[in-house]
Design a protein around this ligand. Structure first.
Ligand code: HEM
Ligand SMILES: *[C@@H]1O[C@H](CO)[C@@H](O)[C@H](O)[C@H]1NC(C)=O
Ligand SMILES: *[C@@H]1O[C@H](CO)[C@@H](O)[C@H](O)[C@H]1NC(C)=O
Ligand SMILES: *[C@@H]1O[C@H](CO)[C@@H](O)[C@H](O)[C@H]1NC(C)=O
Length: 510
């Protein structure tokens, strides 16, 4: 026995010595500093797998470096924390040096066949899979965005009317998630929306935990077996949707993507898989953001009062009826008329965002005349570090301040994508940001005007978010918060029937 133990010890020492030597021999002195490591190559991988974004935050706290190197098996990562360096990476003159890797993301978890990937690569080259292009074209601005938002608002009105039951006890996240799912997918997929089938929505939810396995596990078919079966059911529903012409009744973006890809030779069974990327964009961060926003408003009496008061600015028509009043609310003015609600939306994104921008270094380069970066390495910019930087945000950077973005001076930081980046930055900046912002704010507005939301526990308790997926731009709460939703009974609301619209029918406003 002792001799076996000795052999094992010697073997471990040799492995350790070898790894240590390899690590330091392959790390150039002029590269960003290497974080001290206990087990070369492995402790960073384990740290990220276990603590995700928090691992990067803890390194920043401990070492305070503007940029540092993490070595993983077969991959070097430069983590950038300092705004000055982020600015350089994002400078237009460096567009060809630091290339976003997000374009391939949809291909990684949608289950596309090798052949379809080749087809898409040939068709779109470095422009991803055509999906991102269509969203940029249709949802970033203009009359299509207006039309999609209007439909989503109609869906929310009906959804809330029929599914928010007075005095019912529900999970806050689950309730908002379901409403947004119906509104966003209804607006985009049209009358034959596959997510109208509760079984498809349930299958989607069963698939989501599998995404991390598809991205990071060597054997996803083993470790995410159930999730992959659930994905197959969603894909089947979309295949049926395309084959029965459901897309012909959808938002312009969907038939356009389908027809373009069909012309490139993609069969409907494969086009259905691409909708996993569209679905993920629509169904992940928006609902999580809505949850945190609602949590912060409902749990801060001052903020709640201010939000409700401002929402009355949106009433565009009032009429008396036999049983009381009808008030028509034009939600398209929400961003200009409701400063507290809008400020809290931005603060919710700043405070909670876990977004990490990832770019690949295309050739050896020297960043800011100081840091040598090697070709093939990954550059990571963790949004949560930037968003809690006290040089930018002052000593209250780590507090949730519902007034932070209330004043014009406070809002100035919002247009600076070095300082504020919940939707990313540059050419790949989230094209769904206006759509999701409008629809989430509408959902919250409709809820606040018509209902009281109270914690079942009696007191609001902020849930933890340590298990949140690293690929997500926003962290899902670890547990849902049980709430009771009841109709408001104060003077303003009793006997008032609220109607909600999004701008006038001409499509002028956005
Ligand atoms: C609050 C909700 C949302 C958040 C926080 C969010 C956040 C993000 C972030 C951080 C990125 C990466 C940007 C970059 O790396 O530069 C992104 C990309 C993207 N998002 Fe969103 N998003 C949201 C909602 C949506 C919605 C509703 C849609 C579509 C309907 C959408 C469509 C997209 C697309 C297509 C991309 C890829 C853009 C490209 O690579 O060119 N997002 N989003
Ligand atoms: C971007 O890079 C160019 C060329 O190196 C430089 O002249 C310019 O000042 C940079 N802009 C910013 C905002 O850093
Ligand atoms: C944007 O924010 C960064 C970080 O706070 C700051 O260094 C930079 O000067 C700002 N840029 C502009 C144009 O205000
Ligand atoms: C960002 O906000 C802080 C605190 O309000 C302010 O001191 C700073 O000047 C702002 N930065 C920009 C670029 O507006």
């Amino acid at each position: 026995m002792p001799s076996i133990l000795a052999i094992v010890c010697v073997a471990l020492a040799v492995v350790y010595g070898t790894l240590y030597t390899v690590l330091h021999a392959t790390q150039s002195k002029s590269e960003p500093r290497l974080i001290p490591t206990a087990i070369p190559f492995l402790d960073s991988a384990v740290g990220i797998a276990r603590h995700k974004v928090d691992y990067l935050v803890s390194l920043k706290r401990r070492y305070g470096l503007p940029i540092h190197t993490l070595r993983m098996p077969f991959q070097r990562i430069y983590v950038i924390n300092a705004p000055q360096l982020i600015q350089v990476v994002q400078n237009k003159s460096n567009l060809a040096t630091f290339v976003p890797t997000l374009l391939d993301f949809g291909m990684l978890f949608s289950g596309l066949s090798r052949r379809s990937k080749d087809t898409l690569t040939k068709a779109y080259g470095s422009h991803g899979n055509g999906f991102t292009k269509s969203v940029h074209k249709h949802l970033a601005s203009g009359s299509d965005l207006h039309a999609a938002t209007r439909t989503a608002v109609e869906k929310l009105t009906v959804g809330i009317r029929y599914s928010f039951v007075d005095q019912e006890q529900v999970g806050l996240y689950e309730t908002l998630r379901h409403q947004l799912c119906q509104a966003l997918t209804g607006a985009i997929y049209g009358a034959e929306n596959p997510y109208d089938d509760p079984a498809v929505e349930a299958s989607w939810l069963e698939f989501v935990p599998g995404i991390s396995h598809l991205l990071y596990s060597p054997f996803p078919w083993l470790t995410a077996h159930k999730a992959l079966k659930a994905r197959a059911r969603v894909i089947k529903a979309f295949q049926n949707y395309f084959e029965t012409g459901g897309h012909t009744q959808a938002f312009a973006m969907i038939p356009e993507m389908f027809n373009t890809n069909a012309n490139h030779g993609l069969p409907s069974s494969e086009a259905a898989k691409l909708e996993m990327a569209t679905s993920l964009a629509m169904l992940s961060s928006g609902a999580i953001s809505a949850f945190w926003l609602m949590f912060h408003i409902a749990s801060e009496p001052d903020a709640l009062r201010a939000c409700r008061e401002e929402l009355l600015n949106l009433v565009v028509k009032e009429a008396d009826t036999q049983s009381g009043k009808v008030k028509v609310v034009d939600l398209s003015n929400i961003k200009t008329q409701c400063s507290t609600l809008t400020a809290m939306w931005h603060e919710t994104l700043r405070y909670h965002s876990t977004v990490i921008n990832i770019k690949k270094v295309q050739h050896d380069t020297t960043l800011a005349s100081e840091y040598f970066l090697k070709k093939g390495a990954i550059v990571m910019i963790p949004g949560s570090i930037v968003h809690h930087n006290t040089n930018t945000w002052g000593p209250s950077a780590s507090d949730f301040d519902h007034k932070r973005f209330f004043t014009p001076a406070g809002r100035r930081n919002l247009s600076n994508t070095t300082a504020y980046r919940p939707f990313g930055a540059g050419t790949t900046m989230c094209p769904g940001r206006h759509f999701s912002t409008s629809v989430v704010l509408s959902l919250v507005a409709m809820t606040l005007l018509q209902f009281d939301v109270q914690p079942v526990e009696g007191q609001w308790q902020m849930p933890t978010k340590t298990n949140a997926d690293m690929w997500n731009a926003m962290p899902k709460p670890d547990q849902d918060v049980p709430v009771r939703i009841s109709r408001r009974v104060d003077e303003e609301s009793t006997h008032t029937e609220w109607k909600f619209v999004w701008g006038d029918a001409s499509g002028k406003k956005e």
